[in-house]
Design a binder for this molecule. Structure first.
Ligand SMILES: Nc1ncnc2c1ncn2[C@@H]1O[C@H](COP(=O)(O)OP(=O)(O)OP(=O)(O)O)[C@@H](O)[C@H]1O
Ligand SMILES: [Mg+2]
Length: 363
């Protein structure tokens, strides 16, 4: 699929701007702080309702305004789709999917698909397990809405279980926990099974991408750190057993120490833990390769590629890696942001360039 049009009204540093993208490579170029990432962010928001930059919805509204909207029209194998989000200073945002008002953010999922890389995504290989779980959760949710709802139920029950663990009436706690644990294990097993299946698909595809970008100099491996059994029933039992055996510890800690909310991904480059041993270029290549694998999984699942957004992905990559990265995404609509265009990297005959300055397209 590809995004044909993007309109921004009072979104961040944009007053009003329309982008007409090509279905191939689109380059958003400009100096620092001109609004390149804001464009990338808008597309990703329209695809997922989520942005790593947004803490409070209202912060996307242009300073001094009280309303903002972003709109995208995309071409898919099934025809044209549209997504729109309106943000208000004094009330909740309104989402419209294909002209119909959506009741939940999740209705955006499954309409426009995007895979997003920006330097913040390096957290995926550098920082805490939470960032890797978020990667899995967002990627899987875009494929599988049931996963998204299982995850929400799981989080709710987990919160209740954790509150219960802090209760001073220990007898009541021990009596009530098994009831929560039945429910918790059920949703947990759904989450774990989906993550296991996803990582099994992700691993060889990420390795392919990484090997390609590095011209076979490096390989990449990803796996879940917790070893779970195979079937959903076995996983459910395994989680129940672990909740039970950790119960006393959990009561002391005041939180639930076992479950998918504690799982992590192990990521190694040529056998070494990339988080502790990888160079900056290796970490960046690994994070990008995971994103490219995500792209392939969408293709397998839906029969077409999502939109790829590479925000400031090229810096720190050597010339060969930059070139190989771009050649690996030929045929996929890609929106790249950068501060300057290097004609040794980009094929200028086959791309559409948007020069951005102060929240405006200037060329
Ligand atoms: N709500 C807002 N209203 C007005 N301006 C905003 C708002 N939110 C962010 N901005 C401004 O948008 C500007 C551009 O941000 P953006 O992150 O898109 O820059 P960029 O072109 O990607 O820069 P860099 O090359 O440094 O990554 C920032 O300087 C910021 O001050
Ligand atoms: Mg930026």
């Amino acid at each position: 699929m590809f995004v044909k049009k993007l309109s921004l009204t009072n979104f961040r540093n944009y007053t009003r701007e329309n982008f007409e993208f090509s279905n191939g490579l689109n380059i958003i170029v400009g100096e620092n702080a001109q609004g390149k990432t804001n464009v990338a962010e808008a597309v990703f928001l329209l695809a997922t309702g989520y942005s790593p930059k947004v803490k409070r919805d209202k912060q996307v509204i242009r300073y001094g305004e009280n309303y903002c909207d972003i709109f995208a029209e995309a071409q898919t194998n099934f025809g044209t789709v549209t997504s729109k989000i309106e943000y208000f200073a004094d009330k909740n945002k309104k989402i419209t999917v294909n002209g119909q008002e959506a009741k939940k953010v999740s209705e955006l999922l499954g309409n426009l698909f995007a895979v997003f890389f920006n330097p913040g995504e390096l957290k995926l290989v550098q920082e805490s397990p939470e960032d890797r779980r978020r990667f899995l959760d967002i990627s899987i949710s875009q494929l599988n809405k049931q996963y998204f709802s299982a995850l929400n139920y799981y989080k709710k029950i987990l919160l209740q279980r954790n509150n219960l663990l802090k209760d001073s009436d220990r007898e009541m706690v021990y009596d009530t926990l098994p009831v929560w644990d039945e429910q918790l294990a059920l949703y947990a097993s759904e989450i774990v099974l989906a993550r296991k299946n996803y990582v099994e698909k992700l691993n060889p595809l990420a390795d392919d991408a990484h090997q390609y970008i590095t011209d076979n100099k490096e390989s990449l491996q990803v796996s879940l750190t917790t070893k779970y059994p195979d079937t959903k029933e076995e996983i459910c039992q395994f989680i129940k057993d672990n909740l039970l055996s950790n119960m006393e510890k959990d009561v002391v800690l005041g939180y639930t120490s076992f479950g998918p909310h504690r799982d992590d991904l192990k990521i190694t480059v040529s056998g070494e833990d990339v988080r502790n041993y990888g160079s900056q270029g290796q970490q960046r290549t690994a994070a990008i390769s995971l994103k490219l694998a995500e792209l392939q999984i969408y293709k397998q699942h839906f029969g077409e590629y999502p939109v790829l957004i590479l925000d400031d992905a090229m810096s720190e990559l050597d010339l060969n890696r930059q070139k190989r990265l771009l050649s690996s995404v030929k045929g996929i609509q890609t929106i790249v942001t950068c501060t300057h265009i290097d004609d040794k990297v980009f094929d200028l005959n086959n791309c559409k360039i948007f020069k951005i300055s102060g929240g405006k397209i200037v060329e």
